[in-house]
Write a protein that binds this ligand. Structure first.
Ligand code: F6P
Length: 327
């Protein structure tokens, strides 16, 4: 058992995600309830390096459970990636008397927490906050459900105009290297296909879909494409279809950052509240260097280095479901 935690720091880092505020609120109030002082760190690791830190009270998080974005602001800090930046961050944790750090963020942010833990034997707890849902060991990440619902809402609207014009739409969604948003939004919105990074046969998939003669029984088609710096995403597929099948009327919609905004769903608010609460329980139990996640509706602790391996598998059944239901 390490030293007793009297003060925790909390920060959000990387891409913002709806529900982060509900999580900050839960961390703050659970800590205060347990007699632990809370320091809010602004702008992620950047703010930690620059000392943008202030004590949070219960009132600091009033009226935030329903708000999108993050009241702590966020950043992707280049300086923190350097050895000097990491040392400055650690020195400030010491200077502000912060005994443990709670990091709410995605892969890169939790990897940063891991570096602090490794380099300085410093206690960190990670909380999965990203719309991408790409952290291993948790069934869902904070923000994923809201983003998924946002995408479905947008695709429903695109369907109206696609049907009116007999068009094929390629709709690009976020997810970085993970296809959870694309695959599940495709199922929920009744899309004809999803092109995801986990499916190596994506090019063939597109051909299969076209050669099936999408116009025979339908007067619109929607293909959800995961953003991908490797193949150019939706633009690339649209161009291919335009060249190879000039008879089709093709359009592209890139949903972009609107997927990251908005009021969190009830699911995300509850998830964020449970995980934030559990992070303080974890520290009390002496847990260190773990991500707190949820699996089968139970709170679980996952070693951070395991969570960030970028190998969370997508359920192959989801691919079959979409394939069968879109015939
Ligand atoms: O990590 C979340 C995410 O939304 C990814 O899906 C996307 O690739 C990335 O952030 C975009 O981030 P930004 O434009 O903020 O750098």
């Amino acid at each position: 058992m390490g030293k007793q935690i009297k003060t925790v720091g909390v920060l959000t880092s990387g891409g913002d995600a709806p529900g982060m505020n509900a999580c900050i609120r839960a961390v703050t109030r659970a800590a205060i309830f347990n007699g632990i002082k809370v320091m809010g760190i602004y702008r992620g690791y950047e703010g930690l390096i620059n000392g943008e830190i202030k004590e949070f009270t219960s009132e600091s998080v009033s009226n935030t459970v329903q708000r999108g974005g993050t009241i702590l602001k966020t950043a992707r800090s280049k300086e923190f990636m350097t050895e000097e930046g990491l040392k400055k961050a650690y020195d400030n944790l010491q200077a502000f008397g912060i005994d443990a750090l709670i990091v709410i963020g995605g892969n890169g942010s939790l990897t940063g927490a891991q570096r602090l833990a490794r380099e300085f034997d410093y206690p960190v707890i990670g909380l999965p906050g990203t719309i991408d849902n790409d952290l291993y060991g948790t069934d869902s990440t904070i923000g994923y459900d809201t983003a998924l619902n946002t995408i479905v809402d947008c695709v429903d609207k695109i369907r109206d105009t696609a049907t009116s014009h007999d068009r094929i739409f390629f709709v690009e969604v976020m997810g970085r290297d993970a296809g959870f948003l694309a695959q599940n939004s495709a199922i929920a919105a009744g899309a004809e296909a999803a092109i995801i990074p986990e499916d190596q046969t994506d090019v063939d998939q597109l051909e299969q879909f076209i050669s099936r003669g999408f116009r025979k029984s339908k007067n619109s088609s929607i293909v959800i494409v995961s953003e991908s710096p490797k193949d150019g995403g939706a633009m690339y597929y649209a161009e291919r279809v335009r060249k190879e099948y000039p008879q089709y009327d093709v359009r592209v919609t890139i949903l972009g950052h609107l997927q990251r905004g908005g009021t969190p769903t009830a699911f995300d608010r509850i998830l964020a509240s449970r995980l934030g609460y559990a992070s303080i329980e974890a520290l009390k139990e002496g847990q260190r260097n773990v991500m707190v996640g949820i699996h089968d509706d139970e709170i679980v602790y996952v070693p951070i280095d395991r969570a960030v391996k970028k190998d969370k598998p997508i359920d192959r059944e989801l691919i079959n479901v979409l394939g069968v239901l879109s015939i």
